[in-house]
Design a protein around this ligand. Structure first.
Ligand code: SF4
Length: 77
């Protein structure tokens, strides 16, 4: 489960974020929601833009569901 304490600094502020300790760089979130997730050079994904409409939120939630290690959180701020 994603831990806000391990939120990668690259994540833009907002609800969704990637826990850099949990992420295994599998690219699944980017395949689901490439407008919102991107891979860093350090080997973990991060949220590059927060969704601003229902469609975007659904894509980010699909990315959460697709993540095999539950590295994406939705309790960010
Ligand atoms: S789906 Fe999860 S483990 Fe895979 S790159 Fe995205 S955050 Fe990392």
């Amino acid at each position: 489960m994603a831990d806000l304490e391990n939120k990668a600094t690259e994540n833009v502020a907002g609800k969704f974020y990637v826990d850099m300790e949990e992420c295994i760089a599998c690219d699944a979130c980017i395949a689901e929601a490439e407008d919102y997730f991107v891979m860093s050079d350090e080997g973990y994904a991060y949220v590059k833009i927060q969704p601003t409409d229902d469609e975007g939120v659904e894509l980010c939630e699909s990315a959460m569901d697709a993540c095999p290690v539950d590295a994406i959180g939705d309790d960010g701020e």
